[in-house]
Each structure stands twice: as structure tokens, then as C-alpha cells.
Design a protein around this ligand. Structure first.
Ligand SMILES: NC(=O)c1ccc[n+]([C@@H]2O[C@H](COP(=O)([O-])OP(=O)(O)OC[C@H]3O[C@@H](n4cnc5c(N)ncnc54)[C@H](OP(=O)(O)O)[C@@H]3O)[C@@H](O)[C@H]2O)c1
Length: 411
């Protein structure tokens, strides 16, 4: 089975290096003999390899090569990667990719084209790297109806929030620390604004539904850039951690997907997922609850997932009639955004004094679960249920009495 690689950056160079380091071991585990024969990357001078591999800066030279069976796309981005994959699929190459942005936004077109050409697209490296969640959902838990997925899926955001919580840094300081320590890109926009976690949770939802006819445009995600240190401090005192949670829930047959900062109680294992680590909680009808934990990024770690996909392909790549297991259903699934959580963290800023607020609580029969007067003037932090939150909102709309500054759902 001949392999062509697109790109020679963090992941692709680690993949090629580890393939040759473990060459015998990998080939012992494979059904067909695997070899890397060609690499295409923008600047071939960056490739320093002893092995006899053809190097080119023309991606098309790999994707149209009749001797190549599998194309591994590791250039990232949308347009060029998509064109290269389309051409490879038309030339009946199997694809392995770690490109979650591309699969989440154009997956349906690419998977349909793969089916038409009787080749497969594998993407274990695209979601949670050291957590083999693609295979867990679609293979190990295949008999289950997955009811919910809660994931800490972006290492950069998690690192930033952990620094804010553990080192009392504000958002800007924490992001700087993440960049200095190599946990954030020079341009971390897609990590911080929630888009990367949104790409990943869309893919996990598609796998759990066995259907990738989901429209990424319908998925609403919120970033962590407006989170204030004082909320992190309050939340810590209340016995919770603030985490960027990518969620997917099925409620009365409706699918809800989103990404936002949520409070996670200290007894929930997800609250222990710190620094740049990833963690996922799955809930389903048969296995109940399952927590998974692992490294969410890194060239070497991602190469492990790509090598696993490659070994899998060695068993099926010659099949004349591939039976596709990931996405067998193609009916459109609407993504709902207005999910109602049971409880919320609310921070209120007063325009009037505390006594008036106490009167309001009494008169409106609002049962505050917990309240706390802070060192910040005229500010309350409340943990309230969804009905109480709505009462607060409608009272406030009518009277313009106080500002609801922040609302975070509680997991
Ligand atoms: N890094 C991780 O930890 C990680 C983890 C999971 C998934 N991923 C995914 O893996 C993919 C690759 O990520 P990465 O971190 O390895 O990226 P990277 O370090 O930027 O590597 C990309 C490689 O592709 C080359 N390239 C880009 N555009 C090209 C073009 N038009 N023609 C030829 N070569 C081109 C780049 O060349 P130049 O060096 O000349 O720009 C570079 O060698 C992305 O989809 C990413 O989301 C990454």
C-alpha cells in the first residue's frame, strides 16, 4: 500500500519520522506492506530525510499518482486542502486527514465523493488526538444511542482558563503564557473563539448519529476572550471550575450542539482536565457514562492516530465494495441552539443598593440557591435555576433595575 503525504509541518513531519522509526512494527501489524513513496510540500528544502522518497512542491503530483493508494492530507486550511482531497478521491485514493475545519464545513461533499469512488476517509487525528474518540463512538460504542457528549476539546482554551484559575492571571496574560509555552499558535483565533472546538463537536455528533448531514453554519459557538478573572475567582469559591465545553445533546429527538464556557462542579471529572489536556464525557443508553482523557495536540501524538488509521486501511484498501460505517444516513439534521440548562451562574451589577434587591427577591418569591455579596461594589453572584433566571430577566426588562452582567450555564 503506497502512501503519499501532503505537507511537511508539525504533524506531517512527525508522522513521517515515526512511520520510519516504527517501520517494522507497523508493517507487522498491517495486512499489506505499507510504504511512504511521495511527499508534496511548499518548500521541499525543509524535508531532510535519509529514506528514498520522491519530493515535490506540486500537490497534484501526489494526488494523481497512479501508484499511490492512500493520500494523507496534513496541510490544513480549507480551499487548497479541499481541492487536493477532491482530486485524490476522483483518482480513487483513500484519504487520511487531521483537518477538522475542512471536514466540519465540507464533510458531506467529501464523504459522498468518497462513497462514489469506493474509497474511505479516515480522521482519527482530527478530534482529540490521544483520545481515540472517532473509533470509540463509531466502533466500540456502536450499539449505543449517544444521548450527550461534553468535551474539553481545545487545548489552548483549556490552558488559558487553567492559568486564569490556578495562577490568577487575566485573559491576556494567560494567552501570552500559552503562546510562550507553545500551547497557542501565533494566531490563536480559531482556538480562542470556540470555532476549533465547534468543528470537533460537529464531527463527534455526526459520528454518534451516523449521519453527517449537519450544517456547521447553524452551530453557535462562544469564545473565552471576554471571561473576567473575578468570575473565575467567584466560581472557584463556589466549588466549580469554568471550562470551555463543546456539547452535543439529544433532547426529545432534537439535536442541540454548541460551544460555551460552563461551570463544572469539582466532583465532575471534567473539572480535573487542566492545562492543555482534552477530556470527554459521553452518556448513552447502554454503557451509561464514560469519561476519556488524553493529550489533545502535538505532532507525535497526532501521528499515533494517523498511523492507526493507516494500519486500519491496510486491511480494507483493496475491497471492491467498501461498506462505509461512519455515515450511513444522510437525512438533514437541524442543529438547535437555544438549549435550556437546569442551573446557571449569574453575576448581577446593581444600579441601586442591596436592600432594594432583597425586597425584590422577597416580593417576587425568587428562591436564590446561593448568593454572595462580593468585594466588588453592588454586585451579586447567584446560582439559580432556569425559571428563576427568567424571572430575574423579566423583572429587569420591566424596571431596568440592575444589569445581568454574566450568565454561564452549569453542567
Ligand atoms: N499541530 C497539531 O497538534 C494538530 C493536532 C491535530 C490536528 N492538526 C491538524 O493537522 C493539520 C496540519 O497541522 P500542522 O500543525 O501540522 O500544520 P503546519 O505545521 O502548518 O504544517 C502544514 C504543512 O503544509 C504545508 N503547506 C501548507 N499549504 C501548502 C500548499 N498550498 N502546498 C504545499 N504545502 C503546503 C506547509 O508548508 P510551509 O511550512 O511551507 O508553510 C507545512 O509543511 C491541520 O489540519 C491541523 O488542524 C494539528
Amino acid at each position: 500500500m503506497n502512501v503519499g503525504v501532503l505537507g511537511y509541518g508539525t504533524v506531517s513531519s512527525a508522522f513521517v519520522k515515526n512511520f520510519f522509526l516504527k517501520y517494522k512494527y507497523i508493517n507487522k501489524k498491517s495486512s499489506s506492506f505499507i510504504n511512504i513513496t511521495k511527499i508534496a510540500t511548499r518548500d521541499i528544502k525543509k524535508v531532510t530525510l535519509e529514506e528514498d522518497i520522491i519530493l515535490t512542491n506540486d500537490l497534484m503530483e501526489v494526488v494523481t499518482d497512479p501508484n499511490i493508494d492512500v493520500v494523507i492530507e496534513l496541510i490544513g486550511g480549507i480551499d487548497i486542502a479541499k481541492q487536493a482531497i477532491i482530486e485524490a478521491l476522483k483518482n480513487k485514493k483513500h484519504i487520511i486527514t487531521a483537518n477538522k475545519a475542512l471536514l466540519a464545513t465540507h464533510g458531506i461533499e467529501l464523504f459522498n465523493l468518497a462513497k462514489q469512488n469506493n474509497v474511505n476517509i479516515l480522521f482519527e487525528g482530527a478530534v482529540a488526538v490521544s483520545i481515540p474518540i472517532v473509533k470509540v463512538i463509531s466502533e466500540s460504542f456502536a450499539s449505543n444511542k449517544i444521548q450527550s457528549i461534553y468535551g474539553i476539546l481545545n487545548g489552548t482554551s483549556n490552558f488559558v482558563l487553567s492559568c486564569m484559575q490556578d495562577k490568577n492571571m487575566d485573559f491576556k496574560e494567560a494567552l501570552k503564557e500559552a503562546q510562550e509555552k507553545g500551547f497557542a499558535e501565533a494566531n490563536p483565533t480559531l482556538d480562542i473563539n470556540g470555532a476549533d472546538a465547534a468543528h470537533k463537536i460537529l464531527l463527534l455528533t455526526a459520528l454518534s448519529l451516523n449521519n453527517n448531514n449537519l450544517n456547521f453554519e447553524e452551530l453557535k459557538y462562544k469564545g473565552i476572550n471576554n471571561i473576567e478573572l473575578k468570575d473565575i475567582e467567584y466560581i472557584k469559591e463556589l466549588g466549580y471550575s469554568l471550562k470551555q465545553i463543546a456539547y452535543s445533546k439529544i433532547i426529545k429527538d432534537e439535536v442541540y450542539i454548541g460551544v460555551e464556557a460552563m461551570l463544572v462542579h469539582n466532583e465532575n471529572l471534567l473539572s480535573k482536565v487542566n492545562s492543555s489536556m482534552n477530556g470527554i464525557l459521553l452518556e448513552a443508553d447502554l454503557f451509561g457514562k464514560s469519561y476519556l482523557y488524553g493529550t489533545g495536540a502535538g505532532g507525535k501524538e497526532t501521528s499515533s492516530a494517523i498511523l492507526a488509521d493507516l494500519i486500519d486501511l491496510s486491511f480494507i484498501y483493496k475491497n471492491e465494495n467498501l461498506d462505509f460505517r461512519y455515515f450511513r444516513n444522510n437525512t438533514y439534521v437541524k442543529i438547535n441552539e437555544n438549549i435550556v440548562w437546569n442551573h446557571y451562574y449569574i453575576r448581577i451589577n446593581f444600579k441601586k443598593i442591596e436592600e432594594d434587591f432583597n425586597l425584590f427577591i422577597k416580593e417576587n418569591d425568587i428562591n436564590i440557591i446561593e448568593k454572595k455579596y462580593s468585594k466588588y461594589e453592588y454586585e451579586y453572584v447567584l446560582l439559580a435555576n432556569d425559571i428563576q433566571l427568567n424571572k430575574l430577566k423579566s423583572f429587569n426588562e420591566a424596571n431596568k433595575y440592575f444589569n445581568i452582567s454574566i450568565t454561564y450555564p452549569i453542567l
